[in-house]
Design a protein around this ligand. Structure first.
Ligand code: 5RP
Length: 296
């Protein structure tokens, strides 16, 4: 193992050069995967735009019921037409999501933390590959805490999920969680996303930050950006636009959709940015026009 003496800070990301090893399949880092993996990934990333809008409602696995998610059974069917992927727990999906829906499934497979704890970094791999297959999951989402007390166990969870996913052709999505010892800077997110890419995930979910294009350039697989806490709609749309325009292949938004006063319209506005090259300002104009129409 290389020692930490004389570590030189990376700086040549060639951000203007597209990913080189992409012959034969449109999803980054997937061209040598088997048909099943590619099929699942194509259920996530739109073959035309190459991008995805994931709607995240898995917050309950550690937050319990949170504002906007009180009634998943009422909320989720209203949003399904406007998103590409449903990101939820197996409990929520089985109980509240019509199985006949045709959208991609990002299945939250880790658990073990709750919002009443101080350290959220100790989780387990709670859903096994057989249940992910039963759920027809298009990817398994694993929380990974870099720079936290639970780093080793969360990377062990991730590796075991990747091993099973390779065996049964189910992609793994590494979810970057900000450990207490790390800060929300590009230095941390470069470390975390590259570790996940090196360990063999097929998708990385992380947060937007400065120099994001360098994080994308150094990642061997597609990156989707988590929305984070609720923002005013123009700011949330700018986050989506900045993420896509700096190389993300999608967003994974929860609170900025389900805590919006017009959740279905917000989901559509995000989709305009992710799939139709709208700017954030154009998307917000769309949002306002749709809200005015709805309120007539
Ligand atoms: C919650 C999650 C969510 O999937 C992720 O954070 C996206 O949701 P939001 O946009 O509300 O942050 O990992 O545990």
């Amino acid at each position: 193992m290389a020692d930490l003496e004389g570590v030189k800070i990376a700086k040549n990301y060639h951000t203007d050069e597209p990913f080189a090893n992409n012959k034969g399949f449109y999803i980054k880092g997937a061209n040598h995967l088997d048909w099943g993996m590619k099929k699942h990934l194509s259920n996530i990333f739109n073959p035309v735009s190459g991008n995805t809008v994931m709607f995240a409602f898995d917050h309950g696995y550690f937050m319990g019921s949170t504002a906007g998610l009180e009634r998943l059974d009422l909320l989720i069917p209203t949003l399904i037409p406007y998103i590409d992927v449903l990101m939820g727990t197996r409990g929520a999906l089985r109980a509240c999501v019509p199985p006949e829906n045709k959208k991609g499934i990002a299945l939250r497979v880790t658990s073990g933390s709750s919002m009443v704890q101080d350290d959220l970094s100790h989780e387990v791999l709670a859903v096994d590959i057989k249940d992910a297959i039963r759920m027809n999951a298009d990817c398994m989402a694993v929380q990974t805490f870099i720079g936290a007390d639970g780093q080793l166990s969360s990377l062990d969870n991730l590796s075991r999920c990747i091993n099973a996913g390779i065996e049964y052709s189910v992609p793994t999505m590494g979810v970057v969680a900000v450990g207490k010892q790390m800060e929300r800077t590009d230095r941390f997110f470069k470390l975390a996303t590259r570790i996940l890419g090196e360990l063999g995930v097929n998708i990385i979910k992380t947060y937007y930050c400065e120099n994001f294009e360098e994080i994308v350039a150094a990642s061997p697989v597609p990156i989707v950006v988590a929305g984070g806490k609720k923002l005013p709609e123009p700011e949330a749309l700018k986050l989506a636009y900045d993420s896509i325009s700096h190389g993300a292949n999608g967003v994974d938004m929860g609170r900025n959709i389900f805590q919006s006063n017009h959740a279905t319209i917000m989901a559509q506005a995000i989709g305009k940015i992710v799939h139709e090259k709208y700017t954030d300002k154009e998307a917000y104009e769309f949002y306002q026009d749709m809200v005015n129409e709805e309120e007539k």
